[in-house]
Structure formats: C-alpha cells, structure tokens
Design a protein around this ligand. Structure first.
Ligand code: MG
Length: 246
C-alpha cells in the first residue's frame, strides 16, 4: 500500500474531498514504550497462578482492552468464573506488580524522533492509552518532559477500552478537533480497530510479533514495519495527507 493509495481509499471510504490532519493520537504500549514483552509475561503469570491456561500471543492480540476487561473475559472463558469489577481491579493490581517486578520497559527506539517530527510539522500530540498502570503513566512525564500536559487519555478517562472507539474519540475531543483531523498511531489490532471506528486516519506500526496483514485486516490505512521506517516516511506522509487537491 502506498500513501497515495491509502489516502485515496480513506477519502472514498469517508466521502470527504480533502484531509486536514492537525493532531496525532498516540498509543503508549508498543509505540512509546517497548513494553509489550513484559506485559504479556505478567499476564501469563497472573493467569497461571489462577489455574488458567493461556499463551503470550493471546495477550498481544488483546492489547488495547482495559485490564479489567481482559481479566473478566479470561476468567469467564478459561475458568468459567464470573469476576466482579472489584475483584478484577484487585487482580489487575497483582498483574501490575508482576509487570513491575520485571523491571522497567525501555522507551521505544526512534519514538522520540517520531514525536519531534510531528512537532516540527506543527501537529498537536495527544497520548491515548487504556492503561491504568501507574509505573508507565508516571514515567511519561519523565521520559517525555513538557510534551503531553493535559493532552492525555488513560484508562481513567474512558468507560470502554479499545477496540471501542471511545478512547480515540475522547482524545480528539481533548484536542478540540474532529476525529477526521486526527492521525492515530497504533501497534495493536484492537487499537487499530478503535482508531478506524473513530473515523481517524489510522497508522499501524508492527513493533512486536503481530504481522502487518493483521493490522491491515483491523482497518489500518497504512502499516509500517517498524518505528524507524515510520519516522523516515512521516514528513512526506503528512505532506501527502494535507495536500490540497489539484
Ligand atoms: Mg499499543
């Protein structure tokens, strides 16, 4: 898929004549942080301790759902147990502890370059994550100082996790723009689905084991094989997106 084809398809799909991207809605895990390896390890440990069989792959695929949603579903499907919200929150606390015990997750290579390239192009940057993980949320301001300010949506701000479009709709609202003025930057199929359902031009970046075709299948307008490739393509992509028709 070339940017030109992706733009033509997006215009056809939305019935719009032009695109005017002013805002980037940026996912956290797997985009700003190389954290999914540790998240999937912590999830498997939590499930195994509770006698629920699972693989790490399924947690790569459920990335974007809230922790409570993941726990309720896994306990129902894997153990036939109905878990209350309070029980799920307590279990999510245990998962967070396991995640913390694995040590910090590094900032994604080239993520800072990506954020700088967006700024240079005059694009507003908004963080959109379903995470309520204090270890990650507290680090954002240390690792990306003076960057997001109030421009952030976390699991505390929404009722529904991805693939529901709510997190990205709330992100657009925080920036005071229509979803169609937003570029979503995502690594996970459910996150891509959420961006697509919100009506945003949605970029997938494969930063983990999930194949590019899975992100296209989820509704990505364009998929890049890694962060470095996306950063390299970003200035031209933004120009193409915001080009006026001849
Ligand atoms: Mg992610």
């Amino acid at each position: 898929m070339t940017p030109q084809n992706a733009i033509a398809e997006y215009l056809k799909f939305t019935g719009k004549k032009t695109i005017n991207i002013t805002t980037a809605l940026i996912d956290c895990d797997g985009i700003l942080y190389d954290s999914m390896k540790n998240h999937t390890r912590a999830w498997v440990k939590l499930m195994q301790k509770n006698g629920i069989r699972c693989t790490r792959d399924e947690f790569y695929l459920s990335e974007g759902m809230t922790g409570v949603e993941i726990i309720k579903r896994k306990f129902r499907e894997g153990a036939g147990k109905q878990v209350t919200d309070d029980e799920a929150l307590a279990l999510y606390g245990v998962k967070n502890r396991y995640f913390q015990e694995l040590g910090g997750s590094p900032v994604m290579p080239h993520a800072t370059k990506m954020l700088n390239a967006l700024k240079q192009a005059g694009i507003e940057r908004v963080l959109v994550t379903g995470s309520m993980q204090p270890t990650i949320l507290e680090r954002i301001d240390q690792d990306f100082p003076n960057l997001f300010g109030d421009n952030r949506v976390t699991g505390h701000d929404t009722r529904h996790g991805k693939p529901n479009p709510e997190p990205y709709l709330v992100g657009a609202r925080k920036a005071g723009v229509e979803p169609s003025a937003c570029l979503v930057i995502e690594n996970a199929p459910l996150g891509v689905q959420a961006g697509h359902a919100a009506g945003c031009f949605t970029i997938g970046i494969t930063t983990g084991p999930i194949a590019e075709r899975e992100l296209y299948r989820a509704g990505a307008n364009l998929v890049y094989p890694n962060m470095e490739a996306f950063v390299a393509a970003l200035p031209e992509l933004l120009q193409a997106l915001n080009a006026k028709p001849e």
